[in-house]
Every structure is written in structure tokens, then in C-alpha cells.
Design a protein around this ligand. Structure first.
Ligand code: ATP
Ligand code: MG
Length: 299
């Protein structure tokens, strides 16, 4: 939650980058002395000075910085997380700032305190719901909130792919009581982030989402986590997302730049206004295929 965020980042326990590098054996005491000397002489940042002297690589510095601020940073190493999780893989990119800013806005709307569960909703397939749900959940978790990412897209589930998990047990299994939550929820390399994949595809997704058991699952998750991010199927294709919207506290609407038509977006908004959840805000997803980083804009 917000207070914990301040605590983690501003904590007295934050070690300086030089100590982290020395403690992990990346640099010797003599290296440290040289780096600090140059740093003071030229007014450089510690990392800059270390790279300038050829003692460390940029990658070493990023890794140490991530430890300093308690961000799980997986770099380019072989890791069990897919490349779409930019908020974890590239914690120093501009994109992470966009997710942090989105998170802050949601915190101000009450997410993590009075409101817990948020669904990501958009009119069409491919708008970026899963991408944003996964990265937003990781951002909440990295900044200290106990977070669970729920895949409520029974038709085209993808959250398990992003986290390289199996999908043979998940939300659908819990709804039909083939498993309990403890069996269906997966851990991730981010200790505060858990995943509830969609599970085996049911023949009747809409019906299943409407069962009281599904609401009970969300209620149970609210008792266990600070934040619940729910991925949904395209709103225009089925009534699934509308049903899910009635199970959560807030909705984040998404439009894909250059793709989402205003009428389609307004239509979704109109229908969502009849649901129990509050529309917390809207974002435009603006992936740019030519340049990194991809960007989001807030309305
Ligand atoms: N901002 C972005 N930056 C980079 N890639 C993106 C971005 N937004 C979406 N993508 C990519 O676009 C593709 C489609 O996105 P995604 O699967 O999240 O859409 P979706 O709305 O969940 O689709 P569906 O309704 O079919 O589930 C994915 O490969 C995703 O990684
Ligand atoms: Mg999706």
C-alpha cells in the first residue's frame, strides 16, 4: 500500500550502492576507494564513475541499483518470466515510470485501501489488457503491495504464458471446486506477486463467471491481498467482461491508439455504468512498433 511504498524506498535500511557492490564481491575495497575518489573529484554519480573507470558494467550498476531500491530486477539473464513483463525486466526504462504513475493514480482512487479489486477492460482483442494487467500488477507488487493477478479471460487466457506457468489449475478449477485457492495460486519471482491463472477452459465461461462461487473467490482474495488485478476478455465479444465488472470494485478502461473507435469505447463505458463497479479512469495504450519504449497516455 502507499505507506509501505514510502517505507521501502525511503527506508533507513536502504544500503548505499557502494556497500551493496562490495558486499556482493563485485568490487574490492580498493575499487570502492577509486570510484568514490573520482565521484567526489568530478561530481559524478557512483555508477557513472565506476563504469568510467571500467570497474563495473552498466548492467552491474543497474543490478545494484535494483537491490538498493528493492526492485526485483531480472535483467537479460535466463529467467522464468516472459519478455512482456517490462516493468520487471526493464525497471529503469521510461515505461516503468508510466506504470508507476498509473499505480499512483489508482492508489489515489482508493486502490489498495478502500477498493481492492480492479478489472482491466477494453472493447477489442489485442488492445493490450493482458500486457497492462500483468505490468500493473508487477508494479504494485514491486512497490510493496501484496498483489494477485487474476486471469478471468477463460476464452483466450494468456497470463500464465507471460509468467511461464502451467494453466492446468486456476480460477476455473476453483470455481468448480476441483481445487482450492491455495492449490491454484502460483508464486512468482516477485515475492509479493501471486498469479491465479484462468485454468482449464470451461465449456460455459459466461455461466461460470456468474456463479456465486466466483464472487466468493474474489471476496476471499480481498481478504488475502492488498490489490487484485483482473484481466478480462474483449468487452465487445462476449458479456464475460461485464459480468466480471460486477465482481470488482473498480474498472480501468483501455483504448488502443489508432484502433479503438470512439463509439465502441463509449458503448463499453455506457454499459459499464450499469455495473456495480466504479470506472476509475481510462488509459490510451500507445504501443510504438518502431521505437522503444512503448508509451501510455492518460486521458
Ligand atoms: N504498450 C505495449 N507495449 C508493448 N507491447 C504491447 C503493448 N500493448 C500491447 N502489447 C502487445 O500487443 C499484443 C496484444 O496485447 P494483449 O494480449 O495484452 O491484448 P489483449 O487486450 O489482452 O487481447 P485479448 O482481448 O485478445 O486478450 C501482445 O503481444 C502485447 O505484448
Ligand atoms: Mg488478453
Amino acid at each position: 500500500m502507499g505507506e509501505e511504498l514510502t517505507c521501502v524506498i525511503g527506508s533507513n535500511q536502504v544500503k548505499d550502492i557502494g556497500s551493496i557492490l562490495k558486499d556482493t564481491g563485485k568490487i574490492t575495497a580498493a575499487d570502492l576507494e577509486k570510484i568514490v575518489g573520482l565521484q567526489q573529484e568530478k561530481g559524478m554519480l557512483f555508477g557513472e564513475a565506476a563504469v568510467y573507470l571500467g570497474i563495473l558494467t552498466e548492467e552491474d550498476v543497474k543490478r545494484a541499483l535494483s537491490q538498493q531500491f528493492s526492485y526485483p530486477y531480472l535483467g537479460d539473464e535466463k529467467h522464468p518470466i516472459g519478455s512482456e513483463l517490462v516493468s520487471v525486466l526493464q525497471p529503469f526504462s521510461n515505461q516503468i515510470e508510466v506504470f508507476r504513475s498509473l499505480r499512483s493514480k489508482l492508489v489515489l482512487s482508493g486502490i489498495g485501501s478502500v477498493l481492492k479489486a480492479v478489472a482491466i477492460v477494453s472493447p477489442n482483442e489485442g488492445d493490450g489488457k493482458t500486457f497492462i494487467a500483468a505490468n500493473l500488477a508487477a508494479t504494485f507488487a514491486q512497490l510493496g503491495s501484496k498483489t494477485v493477478l487474476v486471469d478471468a479471460n477463460f476464452r483466450k487466457p494468456r497470463i500464465h504464458e507471460i509468467f511461464n506457468l502451467k494453466n492446468n489449475c486456476g480460477m476455473s478449477s476453483v470455481i468448480i471446486k476441483r481445487a482450492n485457492l491455495a492449490q491454484a495460486v502460483y508464486c512468482t519471482p516477485i515475492p509479493t506477486l501471486h498469479i491465479l491463472p484462468a485454468g482449464p477452459q470451461p465449456p460455459n465461461p459466461l455461466e461460470l463467471l456468474g456463479w456465486p462461487d466466483t464472487r466468493d473467490i474474489i471476496t476471499s482474495l480481498k481478504g488475502m491481498y492488498d490489490v487484485i488485478i483482473v484481466d478480462t476478455p474483449a468487452f465487445s465479444n462476449t458479456a464475460d467482461a461485464l459480468v466480471v465488472s460486477n465482481l470488482v470494485d473498480g474498472i480501468l478502461m483501455l483504448a488502443l491508439k489508432g484502433n479503438t473507435r470512439k463509439e465502441a469505447f463509449d458503448n463499453v463505458k455506457k454499459q459499464l455504468k450499469t455495473s456495480a463497479a466504479r470506472i476509475l479512469g481510462s488509459i490510451i495504450n500507445e504501443p510504438d512498433n518502431k521505437k522503444q519504449p512503448k508509451r501510455f497516455k492518460f486521458f
